[in-house]
Design a protein around this ligand. Structure first.
Ligand code: PLP
Length: 375
């Protein structure tokens, strides 16, 4: 990435303001879809889509010649009902990634500043860079979003801040009080808070800290959610934004460029998935159980450290270069996500697969550790 406009925001601050051009697209090697390969790199669900979603896709099979509903009205209505919002407050997109781009195109105009945290999901900074906006990066503090620093940035001048909650790749989650502090700071500074809640569905209801309640109150907040993770529809691409009627209207004008953005299979499957809460509960419970199983399996291994999260992934610190270990794992047909590009050279991110898959990962890691002289 090239920085063309570097300035420091405030004396003593570790935040950085720069204008960057997008680097060439280099897909990760973690997307191999080969038989026998264990995919623990992309935080996909290994439980597949709900049977109701599969039936809904099949029911649409003969209608491929018809454009999908450009307003995604049925799905937007179902989503709105779920959150106690009005249907016009829901904008449907091809996953959170497309919605991040819609947010950037809509709100990062003129001399706008897009804020992201350091050490984060690349979709956030690439959305900011894609529209040539100035990018303010606020580093994490101890693997968590630095709430006072982000709040100061939101209060200081009007910006659009993109945050993951829960955070990817660290898995940490903001408390309800911290979300409220950020919302209040955005209100005071005339800023906008975009909260990417891609993994919030995995949190048990008493641990979920969605900012949707602030959307209900008309705060300058956009919540992004996806069907890719808990609902197992990553291959179809479907997500939604929750926003005040005014913000949603602005987003929808940009969405209009792509008119029929979300295909009819994705719309039908997403709608069916929302209705199958029993399936979602089962996936959540199985994810929790497999995560606990993995944490027990690594408990006594001195060269790997991880903490439980409310998500479907674990941020694991190793005693070695994570890129090297990931390559070694790949030789053994196990794919994990090295986190060097997100600022964690010794961490891998492990998606919670089945208990058997995680056992195979532990076995492969143990073999590598032995080779590296640390059994
Ligand atoms: C934090 C975060 N946001 C967004 C996405 C992409 O979501 P979607 O598949 O809905 O585009 C991911 C995917 O891994 C993610 O980790």
């Amino acid at each position: 990435m090239t920085s063309t406009d570097q300035q420091l925001p405030a004396p003593g601050s570790t935040a950085m303001l720069e204008r960057c051009t997008l680097p060439p697209f280099t897909p990760g090697s973690q997307t191999f879809d080969l038989p026998g390969v264990i995919r623990l790199a992309q935080n996909e669900s290994i439980h597949g889509p709900s049977p109701a979603a599969v039936a809904a896709i099949a029911a649409e099979a003969g209608r491929a010649h018809r454009y999908p509903d450009a307003t995604a009205a049925t799905l937007a209505g179902r989503v709105a009902e779920t959150y106690g919002l009005r249907p016009e407050q829901v904008v449907v997109g091809n996953g959170v990634d497309e919605l991040l781009l819609f947010c950037a195109v809509t709100f990062l105009t003129g001399d706008a500043i897009g804020m992201v945290t350091g050490n984060t999901y690349p979709g956030h900074w690439s959305a900011v860079d894609s529209v040539g906006a100035r990018r303010l990066t606020v580093p994490l503090r101890g693997n968590r979003i630095d709430v006072p620093a982000v709040a100061a940035a939101l209060r200081g001048r009007p910006i659009t801040a993109f945050l993951c909650n829960p955070h990817n790749p660290t898995g940490t989650v903001l408390t309800a009080e911290e979300v409220a502090i950020l919302v209040e700071a955005a209100e005071r500074g005339g800023s906008l808070l975009v909260l990417d809640e891609a993994y919030m569905d995995f949190a048990e209801p008493d641990q979920a800290r969605s900012a949707a309640e602030h959307v209900r109150k008309g705060a300058p907040v956009i919540v992004l959610r996806t069907f890719s993770k808990l609902h197992g529809l990553a291959g179809l691409r479907c997500g939604y934004a929750l926003a005040s009627p005014g913000l949603a209207d602005r987003l929808r004008r940009v969405k209009h460029v792509t008119v029929y953005n979300v295909n009819r299979y994705a719309l039908a499957a997403a709608e069916a998935s929302l209705g199958d809460t029993a399936f979602a509960d089962t996936v959540r419970a199985r994810t929790r159980a497999a995560m606990a199983h993995f944490l027990t399996a690594i408990e006594d291994l001195p060269w790997i450290r991880a903490q439980a999260t409310v998500t479907n992934f674990l941020h694991c610190e190793l005693d070695w270069d994570a890129l090297l270990v990931s390559q070694e794992l790949q030789q053994r047909s196990v794919l994990v996500r090295p986190c060097a590009d997100m600022g964690f050279p010794r961490h891998i991110r492990v998606s919670v697969g089945t208990e058997e898959e995680l056992d195979q990962l532990v076995a492969a890691l143990t073999e590598i550790a032995t080779e590296l002289g640390r059994p």
